[in-house]
Design a protein around this ligand. Structure first.
Ligand SMILES: *[C@@H]1O[C@H](CO)[C@@H](O)[C@H](O)[C@H]1NC(C)=O
Ligand SMILES: *[C@@H]1O[C@H](CO)[C@@H](O)[C@H](O)[C@H]1NC(C)=O
Length: 475
């Protein structure tokens, strides 16, 4: 198979040198570059997203027409990562299918470097330089031979493939339009200089999803530091919902052992599926928010969209090039569609309660024009009077415009003893809620002048303050 490809390249180069007499020497020189290329470039089709049925052979002009490459459409170049099995992972075909679904006229090319990707990790990591060089040679050839515009070229690399894409981008004569790094590999790259890994210089625009960065820097599967123009850390970037061992065992029980491989790489590969989600669910992109830290995001302090502080995750991202790289965060569901709706909730506690309560559990319910989301749990590390607390909650459903809210302070004790006579309480007058997705702010008021929120007692109802004043007038 491989020798056949090489033979074709050799044949093509030889034919070219025969036919193109003035440029014959130059063509032969270029031929040598092409002969060093080990990576294969398969132009997949919407009809057969899983098989390499037609290869574009750098140096062999006819191969491009033979594979029905569309010169007026955009091109996606998909680059896989390290492989234990020496085979494509199942996400490759899924990503190709999603790209064709979204852009039916596009060219989706899959780079096959499986031979070099199945060694011990450090060896394969080193091979990204060779793969990057192959891809750059291919891209330069497309640009020179066919005048194919590189502003239509989008590289997508997963894990080690993200760095191969970056290296390719840094070596091409002109910049490619975009590189998307899908959880770029961490080991051997966390401390590498920019030319040896994915970096913002590698394309006109570089966007990166970080989904499995758990562990100390340099040891985590995914790279921790920002390496693009926009770096998004879903669920903090460390680990993804639905990927813990318990859930994995449950999924194996339900779906059989076939998915074990998938589950081991669950968080790492989530980056790919988040991107696929953005291709398929175009009308409703997930939004990510710029934030100084994961902790600040958890407090709900970063749900602003002013001055490009928020962006769409995935295909429809806005090409923002900030001066310094910054991290963006969001929460997601554990399955596709991954989108959730983010809210910042700010509550001011007052009243006579003098003791500070630690690790208190609450539940909040949101009611909107479209749906409701009830009993969303949250914990405050400490609560004391005359203080305002801000925190993040999210709903899996779109509840629409907010109408009403219920707040419950949960009992500390499952046994229910003395709480009925000694349980603390705070007065709550107003609750401020800001919706990230709509950027709307709503102030909720207690239906009395103030409400007493008592631990272990029934939920307290809050309505939009405006509504309350209307109600009063009409009564
Ligand atoms: C090539 O793509 C363009 C859109 O980019 C489309 O209009 C055209 O029909 C395509 N050509 C072929 C032969 O599919
Ligand atoms: C809380 O504020 C009220 C009104 O400003 C004040 O009377 C009260 O002493 C404060 N309580 C504490 C514990 O600071």
């Amino acid at each position: 198979m491989e020798s056949k490809g090489l033979l074709l390249v050799a044949l093509g180069v030889w034919l070219q040198s025969l036919t193109a007499s003035p440029g014959g020497v130059a063509a032969a020189d270029r031929g040598k570059d092409f002969l060093n290329i080990e990576s294969k470039f398969s132009l997949r089709t919407p009809e057969d997203v899983a098989e390499d049925t037609c290869h574009l052979l750098p140096g062999v002009t006819d191969s491009v027409a033979n594979c029905h490459f569309n010169h007026s459409s955009k091109t996606f170049v998909v680059i896989h990562g390290w492989t234990v099995t020496g085979m494509y992972e199942s996400w490759v075909a899924k990503l190709v299918a999603a790209l064709y679904k979204r852009e039916p006229d596009s060219n989706v090319i899959v780079v096959d470097w499986l031979q070099r990707a199945q060694h011990h990790y450090p060896v394969s990591a080193g091979h990204t330089k060779l793969v990057g060089k192959d891809v750059a040679t291919f891209i330069d050839w497309m640009a020179e031979e066919f005048n194919y515009p590189l502003d239509k070229m989008h590289l997508l690399g997963y894990s080690l493939g993200a760095h191969a894409a970056g290296i390719a981008g840094s070596l091409t004569n002109k910049k490619v339009n975009r590189i998307t790094g899908l959880d770029p590999a961490g080991p051997n790259f966390e401390y590498a200089e920019a030319p040896g890994r994915l970096s913002p210089d590698d394309a006109d625009f570089v966007d990166v999803l970080h989904t499995f960065t758990r562990g100390s820097p340099g040891r985590s599967i995914g790279i921790q530091k920002p390496v693009g123009h926009v770096d998004i850390y879903p669920n903090g970037g460390t680990f993804q919902p639905g990927c813990n061992i318990g859930e994995a065992i449950l999924a194996i029980a339900e779906r059989g052992l076939g998915d074990v491989d998938q589950l081991v790489k669950c968080s790492h590969e989530r980056s790919v599926h988040l991107f696929i989600d953005s291709l398929l669910n175009e009308e409703n992109p997930s939004k990510a928010y710029r934030c100084s830290s994961k902790e600040a995001f958890e407090k709900g302090l970063c749900l602003s969209c002013r001055k490009n502080r928020c962006n769409n995750l995935g295909y429809e991202i806005n090409k923002v090039r900030a001066k310094r790289s910054s991290k963006m965060y969001l929460k997601t569901r554990s399955q596709m569609p991954y989108k959730v709706f983010h809210y910042q909730v700010k509550i001011h506690f007052s009243g006579m309660e003098s003791e500070t309560q630690t690790n208190q559990a609450f539940e909040i319910s949101l009611y909107g024009t479209l749906a409701e989301s009830e009993d969303i749990p949250f914990t405050l590390p400490e609560v004391s009077t005359n203080n305002t607390y801000s925190f993040l909650i999210y709903t899996e459903v779109d509840i629409g415009e907010l109408l009403m809210l219920k707040l419950k302070w949960k009992s500390n004790s499952y046994f229910g003893w003395p709480s009925w006579w000694s349980s603390p309480s705070f007065a709550v007058e107003k609750i401020r809620v800001k919706a990230g997705e709509t950027q709307k702010k709503v102030i909720f008021c207690s239906r009395e002048k103030v409400s007493r929120l008592q631990r272990g007692k029934a939920a307290v109802v809050f309505v939009k303050c405006h509504d309350r004043s209307l109600n009063k007038k009409s009564v």
